[in-house]
Design a protein around this ligand. Structure first.
Ligand code: EPZ
Length: 451
């Protein structure tokens, strides 16, 4: 237990450069896509994070050879000899991640059956999988939920379907894409998620031989093909990690250049950052410009001094303000003058972490109502999903226990911004989504040590 505690001596502005690699929420899906190919795939810029280990383990159990390529961060996946794995072997990964649900379509195509263990992931609401199962059944899959996990088969193969999601779920859209690309016939998906990670997954599938049209108004049309091949792909950068470091710069009154961060994936965040009073400089085209090759660009974020401004925000599906940007930014908003509002509309229970911030001196009140303007699907239900943040508050050190990935990083930022020495328990959870975060903290001049 002792190695899972980080001692944080706060109050020092974070300053320096760090680099983000491929997005966690694309890389894991790209690895699943490799299973659909008949030849090896190469994925570049893969971060060393827990989710990548989990998916590697699952692929290997199913006969995919996963190995490191010649380049740093290169992963080679050879699915030539895909084979069945036992439920016991697969169940070793029960509760470790939400990605296994995405193996359904690819395994049904490759093996005719699939077993999916109990899912893990962050506890930020009930996180049902009804959209996934509904879509799989429409494709012709037989889904049998048992206490040990979910068994699927496709006695008559998988065929295209006309589908409409009740909400533009990222995971369910990926499920449909990964299943429809090799299903017989045409699939039309309405109310699809169109996050940049989804578009990048579509690019990968197109490289593999798929035919996918993205229409306006969240409609995606997929023409099934009989076979797919391996891909080579550099994933989009991790825009959640980039925004987390940007928020850390603001909360600690520092300056962080996030190399690898890309403007086009973060425009909504950048607008909000500026509205609050944060400064930024975009150099993500630096390598491409003549005469300055060799030095990688990104986005530099800093606190310009003076006071930050309060804002009213709500999280939403793309192109809205991402739910995963919410928690780190709320820490920065505790330092803004006035009343800020954060209305969480994607997950019903993603504000519990604010209690810990209050124990550090923040003034945050959570409400059941939809505050800030637009009513959402959680309104008039029993979910505390709007936060009112009064600032600025001087944060002081505390002992904190990390509840989930993004809230965990928010706690870490709060400890770094606070005066005094905090202990952050359960800090290894952060490794699920933030590569080498301790080395990055050291590079930014943070005073942290393992207990
Ligand atoms: C992905 O989760 C990400 N995870 C999440 O990031 C991210 O917060 C989320 O998308 C939204 O952007 C990965 O990519 C691994 P959803 P996902 O399906 O796909 C409801 C992080 O910290 N829903 O878009 O699971 C659901 O309950 C993680 O990196 C159903 O009701 O999210 C939620 O309220 C956390 N039934 C909403 O839709 C379903 O069958 C959006 O969820 C599926 C979803």
């Amino acid at each position: 237990m002792t190695e899972d505690v980080l001692v944080v001596h706060g109050g020092t502005p974070l300053q320096g450069q760090i680099r983000v690699r491929g997005a966690k929420n694309l890389v894991s899906k790209a690895m699943v896509a490799a299973l659909l190919g008949e030849s090896p795939s190469r994925l570049f810029d893969v971060p060393r994070i827990r989710d990548v280990e989990v998916v590697s383990g699952l692929l290997e159990l199913h006969g995919v050879k996963v190995s490191a390529g010649a380049e740093d961060g290169e992963l080679v996946m050879d699915p030539t000899n895909v084979e069945s794995a036992s439920t016991d072997e697969i169940n070793v990964h029960a509760g470790s991640s939400r990605i296994p649900i995405l193996l359904c379509g690819p395994l049904l195509h490759r093996l005719g059956h699939a077993f999916i263990p109990d899912l893990g992931g962050c506890h930020i609401g009930p996180r049902p999988i009804d959209f996934h199962i509904g879509a799989l059944r429409e494709f012709g899959a037989v889904v049998d939920k048992t206490p040990e996990g979910m068994h699927l088969s496709a006695p008559n193969g998988l065929h295209g379907a006309k589908l409409e999601l009740p909400y533009p779920s990222v995971g369910a859209t990926e499920q449909v894409l990964l299943t429809a690309v090799r299903a017989e016939g045409v699939t039309e998906l309405r109310n699809a998620a169109i996050e940049p990670e989804i578009i990048d997954l579509i690019c990968i599938l197109q490289k593999m031989g798929a035919i996918i049209k993205v229409h306006t108004d969240r409609v995606i049309e997929i023409h099934g093909v009989p076979r797919l091949y391996g891909y080579e792909h550099k994933p989009i950068p991790d825009r959640i990690e980039a925004a987390s470091w940007a928020a850390a710069a603001l909360a600690t009154r520092g300056e962080i250049e996030v190399l690898g961060a890309r403007q086009q994936d973060m425009m909504t965040f950048l607008n909000v950052y500026r509205s609050i009073g944060g400064e930024l400089k975009i150099t993500d085209d630096r390598v491409a410009r003549a005469g300055v090759s060799g030095s990688e660009g990104g986005i530099k974020f800093w606190h310009p001094g003076g006071e930050l401004k309060a804002v009213a925000l709500e999280t939403d599906v793309h192109p809205g303000f991402m739910t995963d940007w919410q928690q780190p930014l709320v820490v920065a908003l505790t330092q803004a003058r006035g009343i800020s509002i954060m209305h969480e509309t994607v997950y019903e229970q993603r504000l519990g972490y604010t209690e810990a911030l209050n124990s550090m001196g923040a003034t945050i009140q959570v409400y059941r109502d939809c505050l800030g303007g637009t009513p959402c699907r959680f309104g008039r239900r029993n979910f505390m999903h709007s936060a009112v943040i009064a600032g600025p508050s001087k944060l002081h050190a505390a002992d904190l226990r990390i509840p989930d990935l993004r809230a965990g990083f928010a706690h870490l930022i709060a400890a770094l911004a606070a005066e005094g020495t905090s202990r952050v328990y359960g800090v290894n959870l952060i490794k699920r989504g933030y590569e080498d975060f301790e080395a990055k903290l050291a590079a930014l001049g943070a005073h942290v040590e393992r207990l």
